[in-house]
Design a protein around this ligand. Sequence first.
Ligand code: IPM
Ligand code: MG
Length: 355
Amino acid sequence: MKEIKIAVLPGDGIGPEIIAQAIKAVDKVAEKFSYKVEYTHAKVGAAAIDEVGDPYPEQTHQACMAADAVLFGAIGDPRYDNNPEAKVRPEQGLLAMRKKLGLYANLRPVNTFESLLHRSPLRHELIDGADFLCVRELTGGLYFGRPQGRSEDGNTAYDTCVYTRGEIERICKLGFEYAAARRGKLTVVDKANVLATSRLWRETAKAMEKEYPSVEVEYMFVDNAAMKIIQQPKHFDVIVTENMFGDILTDEASVITGSLGLLPSASIGTGTSLFEPIHGSYPQAAGKNIANPIATILSAAMMFEYAFNDMEAGAAIRRAVDLSIEQNIVTEDIAPEGIKPSSTTEVGDFIAANI
Ligand code: IPM
Ligand code: MG
């Protein structure tokens, strides 16, 4: 019996519903692969602001620190989105969590599902076989640079983009390593024709090239990368990029897969790793039992693979997900025309039952 501790942070919007489905899958894996799982539930985001006034309370942080892995749903609440007066925002909880847990790398794999190729607005032959990994820097850049704010008269606003050589080196190292373990191709995405931080990225990555002779490196401006991801997704193997470029490019890349509701991620760094879908809290769907739980369930698969080094458990979850897609037991975002969409819980039950 392998004993594991998982901190469960459902968060806001559809978070609790999709996390509940991932837990069903984890429970089933535990039964099949002899794990004893101890769950600790904790609040984050608007749910935590409502309760204790802090989007990432110390108690939640302690629960994450004490766990072997964190399973996280989503953050965000429309009550705060259009409210410039809001002093504290749910998203600050996500950023604080990433920073305090030292999660400097966010791994976002992008690949296609055979039976969903028809769902993508992109041509079948363009995307069939697309398979790349986006390594997004997660604790630097515009998201964290200071100063950030407004001038006294309120008419000027500023954000600061900051990167140190050390921060760039550690994320590029992962990019090189994953490329070496995959098909040997690394694309460093930046905006070095305009930004000083990007020029430091390029200089730093270039200096690392000789340590990885098996990896072929290319440098691409982010605007060009945005186009190429759609036009020729099979061009890419591993992409490494800064925080905000990675945020934007991966939402874009989800179009290749067929739905934003399908892309999982692993956030790794200096301590406990965290697993989360790349999508947000989808407040319009909250409580309706219609949200796609697959991105979160696949995040649980990544948890077994990355945090517990158990490829078989991960593969068992992936096979059950494939089966649900093949048999059209899927939510409305990916249900084919003429087929009645399944609910969030029906998809979760089907996948758990097939692990
Ligand atoms: C993501 C999300 C977050 C981000 C938001 C909710 C702050 O879009 O994880 O991609 O921008 O990092
Ligand atoms: Mg995003």
